[in-house]
Design a protein around this ligand. Sequence first.
Ligand code: FES
Length: 319
Amino acid sequence: MTLINVQVAKVTQEAEGIRSFLLAKKGLFKLPPYAPGAHIDVHCGEGIIRQYSLCGDGKDRRHFQIAVRQVHPSRGGSDLMHSAVKEGDWLEIGSPRNDFPLDETAAHTVLLAGGIGITPIIAMSDRLHALGRSFVLHYVTRSVTHTAFRDRLCNSGYGDKVRFHEGLPAAERDAVIRSALSDPVSGGQVYMCGPGPFMDAAESVALEYWPADAVNLERFAANAAFSGAPTHAFQMRLSRTGLTLDVAADETILSVLDANGISAAFSCEQGVCGTCVTDVIEGDPDHRDSFLSPKQRCAGKQMCLCVSRAKGLEIVLDL
Ligand code: FES
């Protein structure tokens, strides 16, 4: 994929542990257009690539804005973005990709953000407001000081549609999530984004009240429900070459491909980004990702090679 060079024009401390980065394109050509929900790959340095949602002014074709929460412990990306990247630095980024697209025609939209999950959600609320659509935004954070973009949301022109839920104990937070999702609207859509525990709570409640194809979510981290889940050995057959490879219980499909010199695209290795999604020709995938939608998982036609496995003893992949 062609990389784009951008200069860090501005770094802003948006909340405790959260910085935004305004990335400027210099020269003749503008930045590619994108729709709300899109993200970019950011080459953070030291060979680390991370995905960050675009949260700035979608009409500004000279700048992209992203926001990064410093994670403890960090796998490297957020540390680099917070400690090494400064105004004036140059970064390489990929073109926008959108795995979390917004249905702009929904009868009503419920937006639910937890913490740094506000980044794709704020782009959606800006867009829905610009289109004059019916929506509400619930924004759950650990405290007022952890609430990024608070002033921007209050001054957005749609402040009356924003509900801040700050510093709630877990039980009250869960009650807020249930109340936000318990009144489904025919033809409506729900979009949610946030850290793992928030998403685990929100996804199950949303699916109690809304049809699966109205529930759209984006996770930032691996789904904790799969950590430590039992695994078994299986074989994968690569349909293009006919090659059959063993995947031991403690290996991933991606690691076996790599060990055998077969290249496959990947990035997060956590089942979050979707870079490694591959078509399944035969067999039942044992989905352990957070990327595919409930509908896609049920269909079983695609799987994430980095974390997902086979339910049976063999799976045939379009590789
Ligand atoms: Fe990101 Fe597999 S590499 S989902």
